[in-house]
Design a protein around this ligand. Structure first.
Ligand SMILES: Cc1ncc(COP(=O)(O)O)c(C=O)c1O
Length: 452
């Protein structure tokens, strides 16, 4: 392509975008550019000035809206001090303060935070920490060198996180490159195996897990799971009591528990961390996405003192892992400001209010639609699963692109949404207003009614 230095218009940007930018999770042959130039609160503005509600929080990370004055201010203040210093053997006040605050707000016992850049890295860190822990704790168990993960798990796109992942269409291609993991059945509140009912589901899934643990625990370093909601699997939700049971069983069988709260952390499910719903503390907790309010790339893996202690000592006990921009002070400043905004704006109260409204509207406006098979929700995570046959829960043919077509039509009504195939996803910033929730649901109702 030739370069052109005159002020580009939409057409020019779109051409360059299609040619030079390789977009994530996007079929570039079919890509239709949507070019956002600015944003304010929950509203995105494209380069032609069209406004769209950010209905999935810029893929599940924005918390208090875009261009929040407090977070903008904190980043600017930090910029006037220093933009970046390494975390290899040195530190900065913003990331020190953030690690201290995370120890305060994460579930009990999690005290020591390792910073990295994105959710997948926080998972890699958690997996490697768990592995190394068993080699060098007081009574080592080096034979513990594998993991338990849920079927259809999604923990990111690096090879370690893909190894513990299980979404066939994302992960199958890379199978020859991956390490072996022991899978347990996906807990699911919509599609139960034969003989399983909502009443006995928790017990069923836990008994499956216990069989696996009883057989393999001597080889298992850790079990990893997305607590309460498996995101990329299609917002598959776990029955009540499952997470608590997983914690009890992993303790019973001396297996570490890694909670991947990259998607569900920071208020998304109605509590600061999803683990709080079932009053559990994992051994390792992974955070990303909402950590900086959705502003800057930063993730964190926090661990117990038991794990930390196993890494204290001579040379080889060191955790030889790190990322150049880990603990970046600009990102840490944004994260600290975001935590302050949770208090100042009583964000969790808004999540409670708006999630109730969302629940009511989904029930009254969408539940009766013939394609709506299931509506499930946890705080401000809502999934509307479209099916070909409601009675028998038969999925739609993915080639029809029904979920995408509904979301494309919703754009005509000023709402940007990105489905997981035929599961419609609603995950707005936690600062969303009642009128915006109403508009999101109305746009989906419109989108569904536009289907031929
Ligand atoms: C549960 C979970 N873990 C990890 C990740 C990976 O995060 P990132 O995309 O920041 O690498 C995601 C991303 O969606 C996720 O949902």
């Amino acid at each position: 392509m030739t370069s052109d230095h005159s002020t580009p218009d939409w057409e020019q940007y779109a051409n360059w975008d299609r040619h030079y930018v390789w977009h994530a999770f996007t079929q570039m042959r079919d890509y239709q550019p949507l070019i956002i130039e600015s944003a304010d609160g929950c509203i995105l503005k494209d380069i032609d000035g069209n406004e769209l509600i950010d209905g999935v929080s810029s893929v599940w990370c924005n918390v208090h809206g875009h261009r929040h004055p407090k977070i903008n201010g904190a980043i600017n203040n930090q910029l006037n001090k220093v933009a970046h210093v390494t975390s290899l053997g040195m530190s900065n006040p913003a990331s020190i303060e953030l690690a201290r605050r995370l120890a305060e707000i994460t579930p009990d016992g999690l005290e020591h935070t390792f910073f990295s850049g994105d959710g997948a890295s926080s998972v890699e860190v958690g997996l490697k920490m768990a592995f190394q822990y068993w080699h060098q704790r007081d009574k080592p168990k080096p034979q513990k060198n594998t993991y338990i993960a849920l079927g259809s798990a999604y923990h990111g796109d690096t090879l370690g996180s893909v190894s513990v992942g299980g979404v066939a269409r994302f992960h199958q291609m890379f199978e020859p490159l991956l390490f072996n993991v022991i899978r347990v059945e996906n807990p699911n509140t919509y599609r139960f195996p034969a003989g399983v009912t909502p009443e006995n589901a928790t017990q069923y899934y836990l008994s499956q897990l216990e069989l696996t643990l009883a057989e393999h625990h001597e080889q298992v370093a850790a079990m990893i799971l997305e607590p309460l909601v498996q995101g990329a699997a299609g917002l598959v939700m776990q029955p009540s009591g499952y997470l608590r049971g997983v914690r009890d069983l992993t303790r019973k069988y001396d297996v570490l528990l890694i909670a991947d709260e990259v998607a569900v952390g920071f208020g998304r499910t109605g509590t600061m961390f999803a683990c709080e719903h079932e009053a559990i503390s994992p051994d390792i907790l992974c955070m990303g996405k909402g950590l900086t309010g959705g502003y800057l790339a930063m993730s964190a893996t926090t661990a117990t003192t038991e794990i930390w202690n196993a890494f204290l000592g001579e040379g080889i006990k060191t955790f030889y892992h790190g990322h150049t921009y880990a603990g970046n002070p600009l990102a840490a400043a944004a994260a600290l400001a975001s935590l302050d905004v949770f208090h100042e704006e009583n964000t969790l109260a808004n999540v409670a209010e708006q999630s109730q409204l969302l629940c009511d509207l989904l029930a009254t406006r969408l539940a009766k639609h013939p394609l709506v098979g299931d509506i499930r929700q946890r705080g401000l995570i809502a999934a509307i699963e479209l099916v070909a046959d409601k009675e028998n829960k038969i999925p739609l043919d993915p080639a029809l692109g029904t979920g995408s077509n509904v979301c494309l039509a919703a754009r005509e009504k000023g709402v940007w949404l990105r489905p997981l195939r035929d599961t419609l996803v609603i995950m707005p910033p936690l600062s969303v207003s009642s009128s915006q929730i109403t508009q999101i649901v109305a746009s989906l109702e419109y989108g569904l009614n536009q289907l031929k």
